[in-house]
Ligand binder design. Structure first.
Ligand SMILES: Nc1nc2c(ncn2[C@@H]2O[C@H](COP(=O)(O)OP(=O)(O)OP(=O)(O)O)[C@@H](O)[C@H]2O)c(=O)[nH]1
Length: 279
C-alpha cells in the first residue's frame, strides 16, 4: 500500500507511536537495505529514546552484499544492533532473536537483579510504508503466531504475539512517515516504490536511475537490455525502448513504457543487487 502524507496523518501516526512505545522495551526499526538513510524516519530517535534499539536492513536480497556489510558496520558504529534480513524468504530472521536478546541485555540484567524472572521482552516493529513491516512480522512470528489477546493493565485493544518464552511482539507495526524535505531522499524513495507512482514523473525517475547505474553499476543495463551504456541517459532509455517497449503510432519510441519497465525491473531485482546509498 502506498501513502500520501498530510500533516494530519503525520500527527496521528506520531501520537499512535507515542502511545505504543510506552508499552515496549525494544524498537525494531526496519529500513530498506537499498536506501538505508532515506528510509529512516527523522523522528524515530526522539520517539525511541530510552528504548533498546535494533535496526533491520530489510530487503537485503535486493541490495548489494558489499553495501549491506558496509551499512551493518555503519549502524554498529552509531551504537545500534543491526541484522540484515530478507523477510520474504526468512533468511537472516533467525539472527534477529539473538540480536533482540543482545539489544535488551541491560533490561534483562536489571530484571534479574530485582528478582523478576521470565518477564518477556516486549518489542514493536516500526518503519515507513512498504518497507516490509507486515511481511517481517508474519515471517518472524511464523507458525508460533499465537496471539496472546488483550492483557489486563495494558492499553485496550493491543494484541501481542508471543514469539518465544522471552519475547512478545506488538502485532501492529508503527507506521512512520518518511523525510520529504530532501530531493534526493524523495528520488530514492520513489525509485524503490514507496511513493505513489501517480504523483511521479516516471520518465524523469528512469533517467535518474540510468545516470546512477551508469556511474555505479556499470554493465548492468547492458546485461539486461543489451544496450551500449556509452551514450547519454536519454539515448540509453531510447535503446531500452527499442528493445523492450515497442513503437508508438508514427513509429516513435515509447520512452514512458521503457521507463516503467526499467523502474519495475529495478524494484524487483531484475537488474541485480543494487544499493542506491553508500555510508
Ligand atoms: N524482495 C523482498 N521483498 C520484500 C521483503 N520484505 C517485504 N517485501 C515485499 O515488500 C512489499 C511491502 O511489504 P509489506 O510487508 O506490505 O510492507 P509494510 O511495511 O507492512 O507496508 P505498509 O502496510 O504499506 O506500511 C511486499 O510486496 C513484500 O512482499 C524482503 O525482504 N525482500
Amino acid at each position: 500500500m502506498n501513502y500520501q502524507w498530510y500533516p494530519g496523518h503525520m500527527t496521528k501516526a506520531k501520537r499512535m507511536m507515542q502511545e505504543d512505545i510506552k508499552l515496549i522495551d525494544l524498537v525494531i526499526e526496519l529500513v530498506d537495505a537499498r536506501v538505508p538513510l532515506s528510509s529512516r524516519n527523522p523522528d524515530i530517535d526522539e520517539l525511541g529514546k530510552n528504548k533498546a534499539r535494533l535496526i533491520l536492513l530489510n530487503k537485503a536480497d535486493l541490495a548489494s552484499d558489499e553495501c549491506n556489510a558496509l551499512w551493518m558496520a555503519y549502524f554498529k558504529t552509531k551504537g545500534y544492533f543491526t541484522v540484515k534480513v530478507n523477510s520474504r524468504n526468512g533468511s537472516g530472521i533467525k539472527a534477529v532473536e539473538g540480536a533482540i536478546q543482545e539489544a535488551c541485555k541491560e533490561k534483562i540484567e536489571r530484571d534479574r537483579r530485582r528478582g523478576i524472572k521470565n518477564r518477556p521482552v516486549r518489542a514493536m516493529v516500526v518503519g515507513i510504508p512498504n518497507v516490509g513491516k507486515s511481511t517481517f512480522i508474519n515471517t518472524f512470528a511464523g507458525k508460533a503466531c499465537a496471539k496472546t489477546g488483550n492483557k489486563p493493565g495494558v492499553t485496550k485493544g493491543k494484541q501481542w504475539i508471543r514469539l518465544n518464552k522471552n519475547t512478545e511482539l506488538l502485532d501492529t507495526p508503527g507506521i512512520l512517515w518518511p523525510k520529504f524535505e530532501d530531493q534526493t531522499v524523495g528520488l530514492h524513495l520513489a525509485m524503490i516504490g514507496s511513493i505513489r507512482d501517480e504523483i511521479l514523473n516516471v520518465d524523469e525517475l528512469a533517467l535518474e536511475l540510468i545516470k546512477f547505474l551508469k556511474e555505479h553499476y556499470q554493465g548492468c543495463l547492458e546485461e539486461r537490455y543489451g544496450c551500449s551504456e556509452s551514450g547519454d541517459v536519454v539515448s540509453v532509455l531510447g535503446e531500452i525502448a527499442e528493445s523492450r517497449a515497442g513503437r508508438l503510432k508514427g513509429n516513435e519510441l515509447d520512452y514512458t513504457k521503457a521507463a516503467a519497465i526499467l523502474i519495475d525491473d529495478f524494484r524487483i531485482g531484475r537488474l541485480g543487487k543494487i544499493t542506491l546509498e553508500f555510508p
